[in-house]
Write a protein that binds this ligand. Structure first.
Ligand SMILES: *Cc1c(COP(=O)(O)O)cnc(C)c1O
Length: 401
């Protein structure tokens, strides 16, 4: 055990804390100076055009959260009562909740071992069966988990073959690319999140991007209570209060200006983990598909050993006593009580779920762009301690044979 030198040497290390650039206050000050303290104003317009310039989309609509952006995307695709929507099982629940907001049912798709993201094979089986029974989903939601890209070439080709539109939940992958193209720009709609734990943050917020600028106009309309063009308040459709605040859009502009630095910093954190943990063959990091570049929002790994669950337990306990925040990988949504009656398609027709296995054997490490080298050293020490103990146990088991 290492002895903390001082109280601060044992300060809590967070998984993904906000990382301000220092310019945010100037943008907030501008909003105050001009009294644009509202869900409209110049920062919102500028933030929208800066995001669409950055990712290379036709346009963008700033909203109050990534979840709201998914909700609007599905609504714009006509998802409604009784419809089906495909969604990866291995993701945060916010990917799927908006399906239910609209009275539709999620059809969960397993991960593939190559990307940990949506399995093209499982998706193909789900769509083939849907087509056969006249129950094709209204949309397919794809997620780029922890910043690593899904197999977009195959997924886009399957979806276009069946004529099903794609919504990219790129909440975790802003700045990640696939063959040079930004995540969020492959599907009919893409969404980003600026929640406090994401790679850049507005404290809370989201963005809907698309090449369909008319659809984005409709999104802004729906996000402001679907108010008709009339001097009085008139509404012919149900809307939402989903626009982003002008103050927060100012924070977003300052954050976006340093996004590339944030991506480089998170990738560096990842590479330091990779290098330090190389001696242990049983440690496997989330793969980056060929031709892709992950923003490495969170460094995620699995333990490839029969003792995996004990190792994960040991790491969790070691981190807790070292005052370090770590998390298991996302618990698959088809295993969540709230979705217990939803359909689920496994990667292999034989029926074993890849994402359940990842969940049981995996963990996310502190990956913030402001993570100090010494602090990352504390995280690595804990893992190395546990791995040494485990090799001791494994060696003993061999000797006893
Ligand atoms: C964070 C996140 C969301 C939701 O974004 P909010 O801005 O928190 O609503 C959706 N999907 C994934 C994969 C996320 O990680």
């Amino acid at each position: 055990m290492r002895c903390p030198l001082s109280a601060t040497a044992n300060a809590r290390i967070y998984l993904s804390p906000p990382h301000m650039s220092g310019q945010e206050q100037a943008y907030i000050g501008e909003a105050f100076a001009n009294n644009w303290i509202a869900p409209l104003g110049p920062h919102i317009n500028a933030f929208e055009s800066e995001i669409s310039d950055y990712v290379g989309s036709g346009g963008a609509a700033a909203v109050s959260s990534g979840t709201a952006a998914i909700h609007l995307a599905l609504r714009l695709l006509g998802v409604g009562e009784g419809d089906r929507v495909c969604c990866p099982s291995f993701t945060f629940i916010a990917s799927a909740n908006p399906i239910r907001y609209l009275g539709a049912e999620p059809v969960f798709i397993d991960s593939d071992p190559e990307s940990w993201n949506m399995s093209p094979a499982a998706l193909e089986r789900a769509l083939a069966l849907g087509a056969r029974f006249g129950q094709l989903p209204k949309a397919v939601i794809v997620v780029h988990l922890y910043g690593c890209m899904a197999n977009m070439k195959e997924i886009m080709s399957i979806c276009s073959r069946y004529g099903v539109p794609v919504v990219e939940d790129a909440a975790e992958s802003l700045g990640s690319t696939y063959e040079g193209r930004q995540s969020g720009t492959f599907g009919r709609f893409g969404i980003f999140s600026f929640n406090g734990n994401k790679i850049i943050t507005t404290s809370g917020g989201g963005m809907l991007v698309s090449d369909d600028t008319l659809a984005l106009e409709k999104a802004r309309f729906l996000a402001t209570q679907a108010r008709d063009d009339a001097p009085h308040y008139q509404h012919s459709q149900m809307g939402y209060n989903y626009r982003m605040s002008n103050v927060l859009a100012g924070i977003g502009r300052a954050q976006l200006a340093v996004l590339n630095e944030r991506v480089d910093a998170r990738r560096k954190v990842y590479h330091i983990y990779e290098e330090a943990l190389k001696p242990w063959e049983e440690i496997r990091f989330m793969p980056e598909l060929p031709g892709t570049r992950s923003n490495r929002w969170l460094t995620a790994l699995t333990i490839d050993s029969p003792h995996a669950e004990a190792v994960i337990k040991g790491i969790m306990a070691g981190m807790a006593s070292a005052n370090i925040e770590v998390r298991p990988l996302w618990k698959p949504l088809h295993m969540q009580p709230v979705f217990s009656d939803s359909a689920f398609y496994t990667h292999s027709a034989a029926g074993t779920a890849v994402c359940e296995d990842l969940y049981h054997r995996g963990i996310c490490l502190p990956s913030g762009s402001s993570l100090a080298l010494e602090d990352q050293g504390r995280v690595i020490d804990v893992i190395q301690d546990v791995m040494h103990q485990l090799s001791g146990i494994a060696a003993k088991a061999v000797n006893q044979r």
